[in-house]
Design a protein around this ligand. Sequence first.
Ligand code: AMP
Length: 167
Amino acid sequence: MKILLIGPQGSGKSTQGKLLAEYLKIPYISTGDIFRQIAQTDARIKQILDAGELVDDETTIKLINDRLTQADGFILDGFPRNLEQAEAINLNFDKVIYLNIPDEVVLKRLLKRGRTDDTEGSIKTRLDLYRAKTQPLLDYYKEQGVLVEVSGEADVRSVQDEIKKFI
Ligand code: AMP
């Protein structure tokens, strides 16, 4: 089973992804987590993350090719982030789960989370990039017939129950 979680920052992708991974007994893989780890020893990547920008497609695609194309089941959070990435590596998702959530809830959640890249500037950059680059993927996966939409606003357990209905 190959599942992609898609949604703006703060929509609960990581919380929901980890729960679902446990339930389905497949790994949860977050490109953001991988890049945060790389950033500890790579100043270029750290600067990109701190600014809320996207890592270049070449680096990102290489990372996915190295770590993911052999795996036969996973929950993926963070890749693809744009159409170019989606077209570069076809991961053949069985389901793409879109966690939909209003902007004001996103902001409230992120300010509570307090990750080092959760400054006001980088939050705004990431939201703008999400709208411009990642949102077009929703139509792309809808056309492929694998997109399902879940509201990410309710409590963790209710959202998880909604997701499971589609699995
Ligand atoms: P996330 O934890 O998904 O919010 O990702 C944190 C940061 O990692 C993002 O702001 C990007 O700088 C970087 N990142 C994660 N996934 C990707 C990707 N697929 N393409 C480019 N940059 C990424």
